[in-house]
Design a protein. Sequence first.
Length: 230
Amino acid sequence: MKKALLLTCIVLLYHVSYAQLTENTGWLFLNHQQKLNEKFDFLFDAQLRSANNFDYLTTLLLRGGLSYNFNKKHSAAVGYVYKGDWEHDDMGEVAYTLENRLFEQYLYQFKIKHTEFQIRARLEQRFVKEEQVDFSQRARAFISMQLPLLTDSAFTRGWFLGLQNELFVNVQHNERVNNSFFDQNRPYLSLGYRLSKKADLQLGYLYWLQKEEDATYQHNVLQITIATNF
């Protein structure tokens, strides 16, 4: 228990101290896992993201994948991601950027008493199109914890605290992205309610630190997460 909590705290406390620009945005995150049989699950999530100050919808992300379960704790998945970005300039014109991704991931999930942990490693092949298609690869390290607060004895219903973080690094062709090994970091703190074994709701704050070529951005994100598992 102590080792797991220490690892969670170390990852949650990771940050990059220098940042220039701050934005306030909102995200809606829908996450679904569908069991196909004992060995295979279908994974799907959708994200809607707003521009600064909730001005307009700027990003739509759709991700689907097929997961193979080695056992109840270990699984691996492959999949595809569509990401569309719409940026409005001061003249009212809209610029559209398309990104197609392939991804591979490994997931380790376990419990300590009723506290639930996930550790995930993901590799992405990114094809970003503006004037041309640029290929790069990115690695992501994710850890999360769901700590029961006011729940039933089996943690099948009730309130919980969510803690998570995800670190992104560019591992190939960072000159085509932001000229940096570091890409972004996303610590997240939430209050959640478990409706049943199959559905969770969370409302929380995500601090999104993102490195771009021209600046490093701080995003204060209000995120609503709906997670289902059937």
